[in-house]
Design a protein around this ligand. Structure first.
Ligand code: DAK
Length: 256
């Protein structure tokens, strides 16, 4: 069987490419399990500072595998405990960039929204079409899309199942950057390389602080940020970063 996730590294960037082209990268359980295993391996690898998840030019992922759900009973679907899988994706501490071209639908859109930045090709289409299948998003779509684009747009997108273009998704705040179809992977890698130059402990702290927005009040979030900020003064990278600035040279971050 072909590898469901192709992995490669380029310097500090670890890349996971979804590889089920015959079904537009539909996310079956086997693919999710390999993806999680690879993401966790990159997260644990000190040589990797940033992770990219990409699909093909035609599809990032057209959703969870409908064939695996169609005949499931309530007990089947709940006993699969898929949410536990998605929680492991959400628990990755290093920054993740989604490189999205073509379809990012249902679980595919939700996977992109588990990432921390989304680089989209002009041909990208984002949507939560689950309503047309008689269900609603199940991997955080009602929560993360609403946080990204606001209640009123999320209601319309989720209740009609329509797709958003890359430009609409960018204008709505879901997408970081829109690039040409031909360049989407190169542009995603370029952003990853730029972030990969940054001190890894500070990157993780920034991700942790930004994601805390969803679970805290402003006052608690500010307190949380302050503690993370202080904690970085225990790192060699903080000393190196500030010393390099004063000495007018490029910092050499070690992740310590
Ligand atoms: N699952 C399985 N197969 C899929 C698929 C999917 N989501 N999407 C596409 N395919 C397959 C098609 O069946 C077709 O296979 P063959 O007929 O060639 O065997 C092949 O991929 C090519 O697709 P099309 O022939 O349909 O290609 P088109 O270009 O005409 O259309 C399309 C592309 C993306 C518009 C269309 O394929 C489509 O509408 N696909 C379904 C999109 C969708 O409804 N996605 C949402 C799925 S539900 C949960 C977590 C997550 C979820 C649920 C629970 N828990 C934590 C509990 C997520 C649910 C979903 O994502």
């Amino acid at each position: 069987m072909a590898d469901l996730i192709l992995t490669n590294t380029e310097g500090p960037v670890g890349v996971c490419t979804l590889n089920r082209p015959e079904v537009l990268n539909a996310l079956n359980i086997a693919l999710m399990d390999v993806l999680i295993e690879r993401l966790e391996a990159f997260d644990a690898d000190p040589a990797i500072r940033v992770i990219v998840i990409a699909g093909s030019e035609k599809a990032f992922a057209a959703g969870a595998d409908i064939g695996e759900m169609a005949d499931a009973s309530l007990v089947d679907i709940s006993e699969r405990n898929n949410l536990a899988r998605w929680k492991r994706v959400a628990a990755i501490r290093k920054p993740i960039i989604a490189g999205v071209s073509g379809f990012a639908l249902g679980g595919g859109c939700e996977l992109a929204m588990h990432c921390d930045m989304i680089v989209a090709s002009e041909s990208a289409q984002f949507g939560q079409p689950e309503i047309k299948l008689g269900v609603i998003p199940g991997a955080g779509g009602t929560q993360r899309l609403t946080r990204a684009v606001g209640k009123f747009r999320a209601m319309e997108i989720i209740m009609t199942g329509r797709f958003m273009t890359a430009k609409e998704a960018f204008d709505a705040g879901l997408v970081t950057k829109v690039v040409s179809k031909e360049q989407f992977l190169q542009e995603t890698m370029a952003l990853a390389r730029e972030i990969g130059k940054m001190p890894p402990l500070a990157l993780k702290a920034a991700k942790e602080a930004i994601l805390a927005v969803d679970n805290t009040t402003l006052a608690t979030g500010l307190e949380y940020e302050r503690r993370l900020f202080y904690s970085l003064f225990a790192t060699e990278d903080q000393k190196e970063g500030m010393k390099a600035f004063q000495e007018k040279r490029k910092a050499d971050f070690k992740g310590k």
